[in-house]
Design a protein around this ligand. Structure first.
Ligand SMILES: Nc1ncnc2c1ncn2[C@@H]1O[C@H](COP(=O)(O)OP(=O)(O)O)[C@@H](O)[C@H]1O
Ligand SMILES: C=C(OP(=O)(O)O)C(=O)O
Ligand SMILES: [Mn+2]
Length: 531
């Protein structure tokens, strides 16, 4: 059995977590895979990937996520968006979970959330499943051995998929629970095997903690020009809008695919790995991400494979559309080693418009950027949340409402100041539908999106002619090399222009209705930019 590595003064017992069976601290990838195989948690696949199924939950469970209503956070949590749990209910949950864990084998990883040593959180993740422990080791940032010897957790996550919560005793909604307690600095997760809860839990913490330090936390991917870490682009977007796909660009250096902070120094990744969707992943279109699915240690979730040949079926979404692979950043050849770079030069807001109304790219004034950031119009992608089976239009403020513990205007103000100071150029990019709404039109071709983004990032888009969109008032390029002109004007892609106009009117009405709640929380110039 592999050697555990841990600060001798900071074992679970020192935190009051006692009575467990064998506890493994900071096992390396091979030992975690050995343990996972021994425990029959999954199967070794081609190239040494580890194939698992997450059980009943194959996406996040946002309705089962709670924030404990402690005095310290009472005023700062956005309670309209975060379900409260009473402290006493949390205490019972903790006690019951520890009782459930007694005598059982557990896996602990001590990791950093945040590439910037000045901003990072020391997070201890206690996993019932060895493969969850491998997942979070890939996803967060791994301390060096000497750092482990003195590691003291700021936060502890306990993830126990076999634990079933009791709504009556624990103040939750179902047997599934994700409970964040800012006073006890703990997250408890029960009755879900979806590994994404681990990483999005850490994200939610940082989204609470960093604004107090003046750091803007962002649900975005990020990359920079080769050899020039001052030429940074960030891509905001809710799940399924293309953060991971579009940031993995062979002509740029990948900083990270999902969660970043923006401090006075610039952007930094919260994570040390990526969590990519594998549905219809093509080796031609995305060779780097594809290659990770046949690499030692990558966690492959909920993919169907041939039991004899172990060949993965990328087209099969029968377990879920939300099939995934998780791997450390160094599995991608053009990834940043430091996870840190300068302030963004370009800010891209990705929207997956299921109505087919938005153009494939638009240039935004800083005020329009603020309007769209607070609005967060997009669609939920099938499979990413429990119960979502087809693209579901939504206004997900900050392009990540499920992960925002504070009020949207707080993040809005932070971003506004940073944009003002950096002079970043802002863009809205529709990776959703064109030629009609979902069901009639088709998904925006990735090739076109990539061509438009390349032109935006290399500056060539600034030299083309723009028109003003009659519905939203932002500027849309008329013609861009490598992209069909027609595609740039969504109205022309619809068979029936009157139907487009009607859909656009309907969408504008939805924007206006949704923005009412921000009217008195923004400055006049942002109100003026509203449609
Ligand atoms: N035009 C497009 N731009 C980006 N992604 C697209 C586009 N059209 C289809 N897709 C698909 O949509 C999905 C985007 O998912 P992903 O990049 O994982 O999003 P996120 O990281 O924001 O959750 C991928 O499966 C990708 O192949
Ligand atoms: C892990 C997730 O992030 P994303 O889909 O944005 O990559 C998720 O939403 O569950
Ligand atoms: Mn992603």
């Amino acid at each position: 059995m592999a050697q555990s590595r841990v600060n001798p003064n900071c074992k679970l017992e020192d935190q009051g977590i006692e009575g467990l069976g064998r506890v493994h601290y900071n096992l390396l990838e091979p030992a975690l895979i050995e343990a996972a195989i021994r425990r029959d948690e999954g199967k070794l696949g081609l190239g040494g990937a580890f194939l698992v199924s997450t059980g009943a939950k194959t996406g996040r469970s946002p309705k089962d996520k709670f924030v404990v209503r402690t005095a310290g956070v009472e005023d700062s949590i956005w309670w309209d968006n975060n379900a409260p749990m009473e402290p006493a209910a949390f205490d019972r949950l903790y006690e019951d979970m520890l009782a459930h864990m007694k005598g059982k084998e557990y896996f602990v990883q001590d990791l950093f959330g945040g590439a910037d040593p000045e901003q990072r959180l020391d997070v201890r993740v206690v996993s019932e499943l060895a493969w969850h422990n491998l997942f979070i080791r890939h996803l967060l940032r791994r301390p060096e051995a000497p750092e482990l010897a003195s590691f003291t957790p700021d936060w502890t996550i306990i993830n126990c998929p076999s634990f079933k919560a009791d709504p009556a005793r624990h103040g939750c909604r179902s047997e599934t629970v994700i409970a964040l307690n800012f006073e006890r600095r703990m997250i408890l997760i029960g009755n879900t095997g979806y590994a994404g809860e681990n990483k999005k839990g850490v994200f939610t913490l940082l989204n609470y903690i960093l604004p107090e330090r003046g750091v803007m936390p962002m649900h975005c991917s990020a990359n920079h020009a080769p050899g020039d870490p001052s030429d940074v682009a960030v891509f905001f977007g809710l799940s399924g809008t293309g953060k991971t796909t579009l940031s993995a660009d062979p002509s740029r250096v990948l900083i990270g695919d999902d969660e970043h902070g923006w401090s006075d120094k610039g952007v930094f990744n919260f994570e040390g790995g990526c969590y990519a969707k594998t549905i219809n992943l093509s080796p031609e279109a995305e060779p780097e991400i594809y290659a990770t699915t046949h690499r030692f240690g990558t966690v492959v979730e909920n993919m169907v494979y041939d039991p004899d040949t172990l060949e993965l079926d990328f087209a099969d979404g029968s377990i879920t559309e939300n099939t995934r692979c998780a791997y450390p950043l160094d599995a991608i050849s053009n990834a940043s080693e430091t996870g840190m770079a300068g302030a963004p030069k370009n800010i891209i807001m990705l929207t997956s418009d299921a109505y087919g109304v938005m153009p494939p790219i638009a240039r935004l004034t800083p005020q329009q950027a603020m309007y769209h950031f607070l609005s967060g119009f997009t669609s939920k992608t099938p499979g990413t949340e429990d119960g979502v089976v087809e693209p579901q239009p939504t206004f997900s403020t900050c392009f990540g409402a499920p992960f925002m513990p504070r009020r949207p205007e707080e993040y809005g103000k932070l971003l506004e100041k940073r944009i003002e100071k950096s002079g970043a150029t802002c863009w809205l990019v529709n990776t959703g539908w064109t030629g009609g709404p979902f069901g009639t039109g088709k998904r925006m071709p990735i090739k076109a999106t990539r061509a438009l983004l390349s032109a935006a990032l290399d500056g060539s888009l600034n030299n083309v002619e723009f028109r003003k969109d009659p519905n939203f008032g932002f500027e849309v390029p008329v013609s861009v090399p490598g992209v069909e002109d027609r595609l740039l004007d969504p109205r022309q892609t619809w068979a029936d222009a009157a139907a487009y106009d009607a859909q656009a009117e309907k969408l504008k009405g939805m924007f206006r209705e949704n923005f009412k709640k921000y009217q008195d929380k923004v400055d006049q110039d942002v109100r003026d930019a509203a449609i």
